[in-house]
Structure formats: C-alpha cells, structure tokens
Write a protein of this length. Structure first.
Ligand SMILES: NC(=O)c1ccc[n+]([C@@H]2O[C@H](COP(=O)([O-])OP(=O)(O)OC[C@H]3O[C@@H](n4cnc5c(N)ncnc54)[C@H](O)[C@@H]3O)[C@@H](O)[C@H]2O)c1
Ligand SMILES: O=C(O)C(=O)C[C@@H](O)[C@H](O)[C@H](O)COP(=O)(O)O
Ligand SMILES: [Zn+2]
Length: 369
C-alpha cells in the first residue's frame, strides 16, 4: 500500500494506492459512513466495479444506494447536476455524510461539485477508475461542470475526505482512455521533472500495455507530485498550481470546438495543447526547437495528437483564441500562458499577446496540413 498525504490543514486527507483495493474499500469507508447508508455515484460503464464496491461495503456492515449516470463529458452539465442533487436530496444525504464518486474525472468533478453545494457542503470520497482520474483529477479538490461558454466554468474548490486508488480497475478501461490519461502523466515530467519525462519515454509502452509495476510507479509518482503542488497553492493563487494547467488553455479551446464530446477526450486535447505550448515557446525563441520536437515525437509515439489537425479540429487561430478568453486564468484582460524554457522547465508568462497566439495557431494549422 502506498499512502500519499495531501497536507491542507483541516482539509488534509490521504490518497491510498493498492492493487485490489476496491474489494477492500468497505473497511476504509465504514468509519466515514457513521452507520448510515452511503450514496455511491457511478456511470453506466462501471457496473462491475460498482458491484465489487457494494459487496465490500456490505461485508463491512455498510448499506449503500447507487446512482448511475450516463457516461461521458456531457454529464458535466446543469441538467445532470440537477438530477444528481435531487437524487441525493431524495436519499436524505446530510452534511456529515460522504458521497462516493466511483468513476473517471467526469464523475469525480460532478460529484465533487454537487457535494460542494448540497446543503452548502457535504463530504465526498473519490474512487477514481480511469488513469486520468487516478493520476490527476481525484486529487486536489477542483470540481466543476461545463458551461455554454466553456470548460469547468461553474465550479468550486472542494477537497475529498479520502481517495482510494485501485490500479487493477484499469484492466477494463479502453486503450483510447488509457492513452488520454497518459497525457496528464507525462505532463508532470514536462512541468518540472525532466527525469520523470525520461522515465515516461522509456516506460510509456509498458504503462499503456497495463504493466503493473509501470502503473504503480506512474500513479504513485503523479499523485505525489500533484499533492505537493496542491499543498503549496490549494486555490491556484500564487502561480504554483497554475503549472498543472500546462497545455490546458490550448486544450480546452480544442475541446470546446469539439463540443465537449467523445470526438476529443480531455487528455487528447491536453496532449495537443502541450505540444502547442512547447511549439509556441520554441517559435518565440524561449525553448530549444529540439525540445519541442522531442515532446511532439513522444506524444505521437504513444498515439496522442500533437497538432490541431491530429486532434481532428479544423478551427482557425482566431476562433481558438476566442474560446481562450473564457479561461479562468484571465486577469484584468490578460491571459497568463504556461510556456516552457525546455522539458521540465515550464513557467507562467504574463506577457503573451493573444494576437500573436492566433497567428501562431494559423501558421501551425497550415504547416500541419
Ligand atoms: N478536477 C481535476 O483536477 C481534473 C483533472 C484532470 C481532468 N479533469 C476532468 O476529468 C474529465 C475527464 O476524465 P476521464 O478522462 O476520466 O473521463 P471519463 O470520466 O469520461 O471516463 C472516461 C470513460 O471511461 C469509462 N470508464 C471509467 N472507468 C472505467 C473503467 N475502469 N473501465 C471501463 N470504463 C471505464 C467512463 O464510463 C467513460 O466512458 C474531464 O472533464 C476533465 O476536465 C479534472
Ligand atoms: O488540478 C489542477 O489544478 C489542474 O489544472 C489539473 C488539470 O489537469 C485539470 O484538467 C483541471 O480541471 C483544469 O483546471 P481548470 O482550472 O483549467 O479548469
Ligand atoms: Zn487536465
């Protein structure tokens, strides 16, 4: 068992990582259940894992009620939030209860936000079931739904009370989803950890093939990095946590063009976005061109998109920049960008001219075609 503490004062919690943990989750959840029925929220693709969890809770003497939602990014929406909060209220969830989010980043973000606002805040537990959720979204307390204007625009910071990670549940995850999650793994190397990027280059194939040792290392290392960054800047106010947004300003714009649908998964948008951030940094002379090419080559080698075209998007630079104006990092009319001086040397640049970004994206789209 790997235990990663997330040190946030009275909001501190543990992340437990262990193969087979789902079948033993009941023992960890029973103290949070307080003898009451636990609500579990999952999506339709998680029914076998839901059954394992409910059996484990039952073995620990905890009754549970499942709420099963439609899978996919579309569930991070007002209608699903309304449906979910109504169901939780019907179940009589109290402020002292802990709702269990069993699923990927969609279920985690949605349940996190629902519990942040239900009765002005009740508890929740993350049991992430995608690689992306195990290495990133289940930790750190960013919760949200999407708005017509863009990604994650309605949300709250709300930390879980516990995160239980069972890497074995990834055995049922489709390869495309594993790849998308891998984008957030390699992100940690690109931000500030060149040695981890080298580990990724050497071990990506094994990780994507489900090798248990590669999985265990990637998850523990990623969660450790995320916990460190979140503890340093919980609410993204000092610029430290903003580093986790590498590739996301570009990526969210691409996701918006895809209509927040399965056409482009979040991790795929982030992969293309990171390649664009490195490409733009190289074009501005901030980063060696060979580093930008090395990042793009690695993403291509694992089957992730490294250009706007490879992401399946046809929008022009101005259209993409228009989406970026909704980015939550906007500050007094300027948009700070995560750029790079090299692999593992990401920084926040507050002097980027959006007209320049639009021109870069125009050129990039032409070059890739
Ligand atoms: N809060 C954060 O810090 C944070 C970080 C990164 C991403 N996110 C958000 O996470 C979301 C993406 O999450 P995701 O990539 O996990 O997608 P997801 O939650 O949509 O899950 C991907 C697909 O895999 C299925 N699935 C999940 N677990 C499975 C399993 N074990 N076996 C078989 N199928 C399974 C789901 O039903 C879904 O169809 C995006 O909305 C993104 O914005 C949030
Ligand atoms: O935890 C963070 O901080 C992140 O930025 C992690 C990202 O991978 C994640 O996609 C996050 O939801 C993006 O944040 P947002 O503030 O741009 O919505
Ligand atoms: Zn992300």
């Amino acid at each position: 068992m790997t235990l990663v503490p997330v040190a946030l004062g009275d909001r501190s919690y543990d992340v437990l990582v262990e193969a087979g943990l789902l079948a033993r989750a009941g023992a960890h959840l029973a103290p949070l259940a307080r003898g009451r029925t636990m609500a579990i929220v999952a999506d339709e693709n998680l029914l076998p894992h839901l059954a394992t969890l409910q059996a484990s809770l039952s073995d620990s003497g905890v009754a549970s009620e499942a709420i099963v939602l439609a899978p996919g990014e579309g569930s991070k929406s007002w209608p699903t939030l309304e449906l979910l909060t109504d169901r939780l209220l019907d179940l009589g969830v109290e402020r002292g209860d802990h709702v269990v989010a069993l699923g990927g980043g969609v279920i985690g973000d949605l349940v996190g936000f629902a519990t942040a606002i239900l009765k002005r805040g009740c508890g929740f537990v993350q049991i992430p079931t995608t690689l992306l959720a195990q290495v990133d979204s289940s930790v750190g307390g960013k919760t949200a739904i999407n708005a017509r204007a863009g990604k994650n625009l309605i949300g709250a910071f709300h930390q879980p009370a516990l995160v239980l990670i069972d890497p074995d549940v990834l055995d049922t995850l489709p390869l495309r989803q594993v790849r998308a999650g891998y984008a957030e793994v390699v992100k940690y190397g690109l931000i500030d950890d060149f040695a981890f990027f080298e580990w990724c280059e050497a071990n990506a194939a094994a990780l994507l093939a489900g090798d248990p040792a590669a999985r265990a290392y990637a998850i523990a290392h990623s969660v450790g990095t995320k916990a460190r960054i979140v503890a340093a800047d919980e609410r993204e106010t000092t610029g430290v946590r903003a580093l986790l947004n590498l590739g996301h300003t570009f990526g969210h714009a691409l996701e918006a063009e895809a209509g927040f649908s399965d056409r482009l998964l979040h991790g795929e948008g982030v992969a293309a976005g990171m390649a664009l951030a490195f490409g733009y940094s190289a074009a501005k002379g901030l980063c060696p061109g060979q580093d930008a090419e090395r990042v793009a080559a690695h993403l291509r080698s694992v089957g992730l998109p490294d250009t706007i075209a490879a992401a399946g998007i046809e929008a022009d630079g101005d259209t993409l920049v228009a989406h970026m104006l909704h980015d939550k990092k906007m500050d007094a009319g300027t948009l700070p960008f995560l750029l790079a001086r090299g692999i593992g040397r990401t920084f926040l640049d507050k002097s980027v001219d959006l007209r320049d970004v639009a021109a870069f994206l125009r050129d990039e789209a032409v070059a890739a075609n």
